[in-house]
Design a protein around this ligand. Structure first.
Ligand code: SAM
Length: 281
């Protein structure tokens, strides 16, 4: 079933009819550029019958593109007015499964994984929840095979950062373990209504053949170490790691091409994996 995308004029008209002021706290900058919808579908390689999760479908611009491409779509929308609009306008579509709620609590909506069924995520993310939601996705029993998301440019920089970059943080490390982080595209502010004050980027992740998933103990340790990112890793790790693990990790660092004097953002990814294996005993 082919659904027309919403034009900029239609987007404004629907908001007026709903008497809905875009809510800043929910990151409501609606996509009004069909090229970005097509680009997102292309990067995600959406095929008929693919299972796709969309976070924050809003008025349904990207949603319509995904349904027209034949996706079986599971969406999570937090705003009650927009969720009602989606039920009214797309509720009859047999492939559309909407849940009204917070995507941080239900990161993949009502999708229940069945063995052998891969799934993808395609979304124009509400910027405030990009990192916590991404962390929640990484805790799913089965990881999505592809993630294509529109995020704030700074968030994309953080998620794709390499060692040595100031942008590198705990989320860059968790994501690198499981995903190939592929180059994205800058997206002009004029592609959204209302126009956001920040730059945006479309970026994509492709699941590695052998994804590495950090243990909870290691994720917690990494997060704490990055709260003191200006300190040498040796002195911050001493505060947060149990003594035997601390000593073993410090002794292992030179073989991993770094030292206890290094700042955490400069550590090569294998050094974090080594910490995980030490914590796991
Ligand atoms: N997908 C639409 C589009 O591209 O035009 C809207 C994208 S807008 C950037 C973000 C959407 O996420 C809004 O519809 C907003 O209400 C919704 N949202 C914000 N926080 C959310 C949350 N915690 N869980 C689910 N949806 C959320």
């Amino acid at each position: 079933m082919n659904l027309d995308l919403l034009s900029p004029t239609q987007t404004r008209k629907i908001l007026e009819e709903l008497n809905h002021q875009p809510r800043k706290n929910l990151g409501q900058n609606f996509l009004i550029d069909g090229n970005i919808v097509s680009k997102s579908l292309r990067l995600a390689e959406v095929q008929p019958d693919d299972t796709v999760i969309e976070v924050g479908p809003g008025l349904g611009t990207l949603t319509r593109g995904l349904l027209s491409a034949g996706a079986r779509l599971f969406a999570v929308e937090r705003d009650p007015t927009l969720a009602q609009w989606l039920r009214d306008s797309l509720g009859d579509h047999p492939a559309f499964h909407l849940i009204e709620g917070d995507a941080c609590d239900t990161p993949v909506g009502t999708f229940q994984h069945t063995p052998g069924v891969a799934y993808k995520i395609v979304a124009n993310l509400p910027y405030a929840i990009s990192s916590p939601w991404m962390e929640a996705v990484l805790q799913q029993d089965v990881l999505p095979s592809r993630i294509v998301v529109l995020v704030q440019k700074e968030t994309a920089d953080r998620m794709t950062a390499e060692p040595g970059s100031k942008a590198l943080g705990s989320i860059s490390i968790y994501l690198e373990g499981a995903y190939q982080r592929l180059p994205g595209h800058r997206v002009q502010a004029s592609c959204f209504y209302p126009i956001p004050k920040v730059d945006s980027a479309l970026f994509h992740l492709s699941l590695k053949d052998h994804p590495y998933r950090y243990s909870k103990a290691c994720r917690d340790a990494i997060r704490l170490i990055f709260t003191l990112r200006r300190k040498q890793v040796g002195s911050s790790a001493k505060k947060f790691l149990p003594e035997p693990a601390y000593r073993t990790w410090m002794e292992a660092l030179p073989d991993l091409g770094t030292t206890p004097q290094a700042r955490p953002e400069t550590l090569p990814f294998p050094a974090w994996r080594r910490l995980d294996s030490i914590l796991l005993g």
